[in-house]
Design a protein around this ligand. Structure first.
Ligand SMILES: Cc1cc2nc3c(=O)[nH]c(=O)nc-3n(C[C@H](O)[C@H](O)[C@H](O)COP(=O)(O)OP(=O)(O)OC[C@H]3O[C@@H](n4cnc5c(N)ncnc54)[C@H](O)[C@@H]3O)c2cc1C
Length: 460
């Protein structure tokens, strides 16, 4: 009997995890695996780009987990620089275009994996394509930015957007000796936090010498006589720039899938079931940045573009496409990032997310330190906890502070996943020694305050 064919579109985290996992379960005699990647790199870590640009890590080779040759050694027919330009669902085939030779051809599939990722938002502003304006979505983008930095003598950088990529890139440019201005449409940096916690990030960035302009939308990018970027304009001001970095967010890359009639949700991501099968299609799976995920706290789907999810999706898809079994239950919305020595962690719902799904809640915010107060190097940490009114169920946690702040949020992620109340959290047996935390860990202090707030609100 001829081997079945699994076709994978997209050769990064989700796609190649799926291909590799399927190959672990089924040998080449049973399953033929063909993967298409339109770019020059496969299995790379875009997450490392800010640290490569900032000079903390080497690149690009160090950011590549597995080369095309290594995949081919595992009997995965990986076709680089080859873009899938059409999916014929009924005919079970995809149309591919070799970007180097220009050759176009059809390839049949028995099973299909869509892992096309996300594309950066790039508003149609005058000057957006000028030399010196860079995105940071891929290793090629990182390389192009570094080449610009080598050629540029001026030292003014404007970062557009203050999400986690924007703030990480602000740090990278600061470390390279640039005078950095962040132009941010939101009320505070890090819109994944509530504004009161985002304000702490803003203040810390000020202290680092990063200027953040909030509530400002870019209207155009100005260029000099040489055609290179010279400034970034908003409705109210102009910010001189020798280089501009865009970090405005991403959208699911689902044009191909939508054209093939596959179902997408409100944010444009593909809709799947828990086995990552595209709804209504028994032999098509999708994962990574091109899908919507179930938010277990809010009870509805959302688009969250994170590598941690993409890798897990790939594993589940590979297990199922390889004849095994796996499911991805959903997410609680955990993310961590940093700007210089300021760490940021968040999980679960913000106040506005809770309100949007009709949950009544209380909040508790506490100040503590990452180590015992008397231990050298103890630095402040702020923890905000959101709990459901009456039931006290944990709904979300945000942490801003120095060393040890970001990954503390993982405790809250576990509590959220387990559906714990803030009262139950106060009894968690968390580790303590003076170099690591005060005797009452900041997460426990926040839980205790949240219990008080829940009781107060319940008796009001
Ligand atoms: C600067 C930066 C920092 C980040 N930091 C973090 C972090 O700290 N933590 C975290 O969890 N996540 C982080 N992420 C997000 C993470 O990189 C992504 O979530 C992850 O790469 C998604 O994997 P994916 O396989 O779904 O999509 P992608 O990595 O986008 O891969 C999709 C691939 O599909 C290819 N493709 C698309 N369409 C076609 C087509 N038609 N034919 C052929 N190939 C196609 C693309 O070329 C691409 O290589 C960061 C991202 C960036 C840009």
């Amino acid at each position: 009997m001829a081997a079945e064919r699994l076709v994978v579109i997209g050769g990064d985290a989700a796609g190649m995890s799926a291909a590799s996992q399927a190959r672990r379960l089924k040998g080449p005699g049973e399953l033929d695996i063909v993967a298409f990647e339109r770019g020059r790199f496969t299995s790379y870590s875009a997450c490392g780009v800010p640290y490569w640009v900032g000079g903390d890590v080497e690149g690009p080779d160090a950011l590549i987990a597995r080369t095309p040759e290594e995949h081919r050694e595992r009997s995965i027919d990986l076709r680089m620089r080859t873009e899938v330009t059409g999916i014929d669902v009924a005919g079970q085939r995809v149309r591919a275009l070799d970007r180097d030779s220009g050759e176009a051809y059809w390839t049949d599939f028995d099973k299909l994996v869509i892992a096309t990722g996300a594309r950066p938002v790039r508003p149609e502003l005058p000057g957006i394509d000028a030399a010196g304006v860079h995105g940071v979505q891929t290793l090629d983008d990182g390389q192009a930015l570094l080449e610009t930095l080598e050629r540029t003598t001026g030292r003014r950088a404007v970062v557009v957007g203050a999400g986690y990529i924007g703030v990480e890139m602000a740090e990278a440019m600061l470390r390279r000796g640039y005078e950095v201005t962040v132009v941010n449409r939101g009320a505070q940096p890090m819109a994944t936090l509530d504004p009161d916690m985002g304000r702490l990030v803003h203040e810390a960035m000020d202290g680092m010498g990063i200027t953040t302009v909030n509530g400002a939308s870019v209207t155009r990018i100005l260029t000099g006589p040489d055609g290179r970027v010279s400034a970034v304009a908003t409705a109210d001001a102009t910010y001189p720039a020798d280089v501009v970095v865009l970090g405005i967010g991403v959208e699911p890359e689902t044009g191909l899938a939508r054209a093939a009639g596959l179902p997408t949700g409100p944010s444009g991501g593909l809709l799947t079931d828990l086995s990552m099968r595209v709804r209504g299609h028994h032999n098509i799976w999708a994962g990574g940045d091109c899908v919507e995920v179930l938010d277990l706290v809010a009870g509805r789907t959302r688009h969250i573009a994170l590598g941690t999810h993409a890798n897990k999706h790939g594993q589940v898809i590979g297990a199922n496409a390889g004849g095994g079994y796996g499911t991805f239950p959903g997410v609680v919305g955990t993310a961590v990032s940093k700007v210089c020595d300021l760490e940021i962690g968040r999980t679960g719902l913000r106040e506005k997310d809770a309100a949007a799904v009709g949950l009544r809640y209380v909040t508790a915010t506490i100040e503590s330190t990452g180590r015992a107060g008397y231990y050298p190097g103890a630095r402040p940490m702020t923890v905000k906890m959101i709990a459901e009114y009456r039931t006290g169920r944990l709904l979300g946690v945000q942490i801003v502070g120095r060393e040890g702040a970001a990954k503390r949020v993982d405790v809250a992620a576990v509590a959220l996943t387990a559906g714990m109340t803030v009262e139950a959290m106060t009894a968690l047996d968390l580790g303590y020694a003076p170099p690591f935390s005060p005797v009452w860990d900041p997460v426990l202090v926040a839980a205790r305050k949240a219990v008080t707030e829940v009781r107060k609100a319940g008796s009001a």
